[in-house]
Design a protein around this ligand. Structure first.
Ligand code: PHE
Length: 379
């Protein structure tokens, strides 16, 4: 309901702009939000959209950015490469957008990141953690691509060290979707870090995004009887695999990554498990609590990490336009982003040479059907 009101406000702004009566001299700044709003991971897109709109609405209520109202264009890019590329081309070529917030999923952000440079567009993904989102094949940095989150080499290392250091694990099994850049990347990091820290990975098995029956690979896990089972996939797939693992009587402690973060994670099948994440709504810092109460007032639920990072991505982008004194010059805005420090909800963001913020991770646990804060791990 509230979401609808926000969207209609954004639409109203665009209608006013078209009619030539937008605030501050007529024209608006267009920002696209590309996120999965249907399908298996739609809670990711809903949180992202809602929080980015909350931030943009606050800027608009405050007079906009550099006197211009912000017009939002939202597309359902489905967490998949092809729909993501179509959505990006549509907002760039048809709507004339120069600034994109999105996508959520690495597998969708990577192909978008390959087209924005040549088209003179800036992309900031709130949540895509795969390193290659901001890197060219030769290892150089994509000039106009940024993110608001840490990357998977850090996230996977945090999980492996937690398994060994805090859980006392000696052995692990890892199940992964080879075709998903995020899942594969996180699994690879976990395996190498777990073994580097003295652990042994007894089972590594792959499945595809279409699979729904995991009994063959789970039998191998059951036979190997590892201390931990790492499931670095999104919540919808984790619900299926963890449910079947429970039926099989697998007792390994389940571990995962930020992809578990959803109100639709089935807590009954991941009970006792842990996952790495970007944000905890229980963080007592004033900037966090201020955001949590505003988000709750608007949407009636606590924000998840996707919401926090989308709110941050919108603020980083708008603060960069302000610092660059331009809402149109993509190079200037990128330069301001590269050099600035942004005090946002998930931490003080400043960029390294690869356009990655250096930030702490949190570890959350599933205990008694609740998600509880366990630890914060600095880089
Ligand atoms: N990190 C995931 C990816 O790169 C997306 C994600 C972030 C999902 C945060 C949930 C929470 O694909």
């Amino acid at each position: 309901m509230r979401t609808r009101i926000l969207i209609s406000l954004a639409l109203l702004v665009s209608v006013l702009a078209l009619a030539g009566c937008g605030a501050g001299g007529g024209d608006t700044v267009k920002i696209a939000i590309l996120a999965p709003l249907s399908g298996d991971v739609k809670t990711f897109g809903e949180s992202t959209r809602d929080a980015a709109l909350l931030a943009i609405d606050e800027w608009n209520a405050d007079g906009g950015v550099l006197g211009k109202q912000i017009e939002v264009i939202i597309e359902d890019s489905q967490c998949q490469p092809e729909p993501a590329v179509s959505a990006a081309n549509k907002v760039i070529d048809q709507d004339g957008v120069k600034f994109i917030i999105g996508e959520v999923c690495s597998a969708a952000s990577i192909p978008i990141s390959e087209i924005v440079g040549p088209k003179g567009v800036l992309q900031i993904t709130p949540t895509s953690t795969n390193p290659t989102v901001t890197l060219n094949e030769d290892g150089s940095t994509k000039a106009t691509v940024f993110r608001a989150c840490f990357i998977d080499p850090f996230q996977g290392a945090v999980a492996a060290k937690f398994a060994i250091g805090n859980l006392g694990a000696k052995t692990a099994a890892v199940l992964l979707d080879q075709g998903n850049d995020y899942v594969r990347g996180l699994a690879e990091v976990f395996i190498s870090e777990f073994e580097a820290a003295g652990g042994k990975v007894l089972v590594t098995e792959s499945y595809t995004g279409e699979d729904t029956d995991f009994s063959a690979i789970l039998t191998k896990v059951k036979d190997a009887n590892p201390d931990v089972l790492y499931l670095p996939d999104y919540y919808s797939t984790v619900n299926l695999i963890a449910g079947q693992a429970q039926e099989k009587g697998i007792t390994a402690t389940l571990l995962g990554g930020d992809g578990w973060d959803s109100a639709d994670l089935d807590r009954s099948v991941v009970e006792g498990g842990y996952f790495t994440n970007h944000f905890s709504a229980g963080d007592t810092r004033p900037i966090v609590q201020d955001f949590v109460s505003k988000y709750e007032a608007e949407y009636g639920a606590a924000p998840d990490a996707l919401a926090a990072l989308a709110y941050d991505a919108a603020n980083i982008l708008l603060q960069s336009m302000k610092a660059a004194d331009s809402t149109t010059d993509v190079e200037k805005v990128a330069a301001a982003m590269e050099t600035g420090t942004f005090p946002v909800v998930s931490g003080d963001v400043s960029y390294d040479q690869f356009h990655n913020p250096v930030k702490a991770a949190v570890i959350l646990g599933v205990q008694g059907g609740e998600i509880v804060y366990v630890d914060t791990v600095a880089p």
